[in-house]
Design a protein around this ligand. Structure first.
Ligand SMILES: C[S@@+](CC[C@H](N)C(=O)[O-])C[C@H]1O[C@@H](n2cnc3c(N)ncnc32)[C@H](O)[C@@H]1O
Length: 224
């Protein structure tokens, strides 16, 4: 059965996107999730971005815009929400940007296999419904898009096991109730297992309540 994916994307309107950087990347990352954007997440984004890059779940396009990408970097934006795609496309302001409106629970368009040196998924997984094993469909869909030597990497807010502080507990309650998050049962080990189904090399580091992960060497022979 197809998971109900729309709620995790529907909240991103032109208005909420205007507030997103200040509220999520500024206040929430610092005080609720304890993983500061400029000190941790942005350097992690920059460390792994390659020449041909796909960003999935683009939001406002903050990381792409701040990453100081060389002009030669080819960027593809993938998101279910047209407002997010438009905000990120405008902010990046590069004529060559490819934009694909797509639900990442579905297989990618047929022409994309083997095209990307890097694929980023920042703050996407915790917005998706279902268990980590169900979220692994996303890795199954994306792994085919990586070129030889490519890396899939990202960051996701962990569930209840992370031991959130008072501010985090409040946000978790409200967001999970509204379907903006679907991460109550997301754990580091669940993420590791889901990634290992599709990649031979997996690394996860936890900063605050956020798991930062890299996955390399796709396993293509498992028919998943
Ligand atoms: C929390 S924002 C993350 C934005 C940005 N990557 C960041 O870290 O600031 C989540 C983004 O994922 C998108 N999204 C949610 N569910 C999706 C799905 N099923 N397929 C593709 N994009 C999705 C939303 O529309 C939104 O742009």
């Amino acid at each position: 059965m197809k998971p109900v994916t729309e709620a995790g994307a529907a909240v991103y309107s032109p208005l909420t996107l205007k507030l997103y950087d200040a509220w999520v990347l500024g206040i929430s990352n610092q005080w609720a999730w304890q993983c500061p954007t400029r000190q941790v997440l942005l350097p992690f984004f920059r460390r792994h971005v390659g020449f041909r890059h796909m960003d999935v779940g683009v939001g406002t396009g903050y990381y792409l815009a701040k990453a100081q990408l060389p002009h030669s970097t080819a960027v593809t934006l993938v998101d279910l929400n047209a407002s997010s795609l438009e905000a990120a496309r405008k902010r990046l302001n590069r004529a060559s940007t490819r934009v694909i409106r797509h639900d990442i629970f579905q297989p990618l368009p047929a022409e994309l296999p083997g095209q990307y040196d890097s694929i980023s998924l920042f703050y996407l997984l915790h917005c998706l419904p279902g268990s980590m094993l169900e979220k692994a469909h996303v890795f199954a869909n994306l792994k085919h898009a990586l070129a030889d030597g490519g890396v899939l990497y990202g960051a996701t807010i962990l569930g209840d096991e992370a031991g959130h502080n008072g501010f985090g507990i409040k946000l978790m309650e409200v967001y999970n109730k509204k379907g903006i998050f679907g991460n109550r049962s997301d754990s580091v080990e669940g993420l590791r297992t889901a990634l290992a189904l599709h990649f031979a090399e997996v690394e996860i580091e936890v900063v605050g309540k956020v798991a930062l992960f890299t996955a390399k060497v796709p396993v293509l022979s498992n028919n998943l």
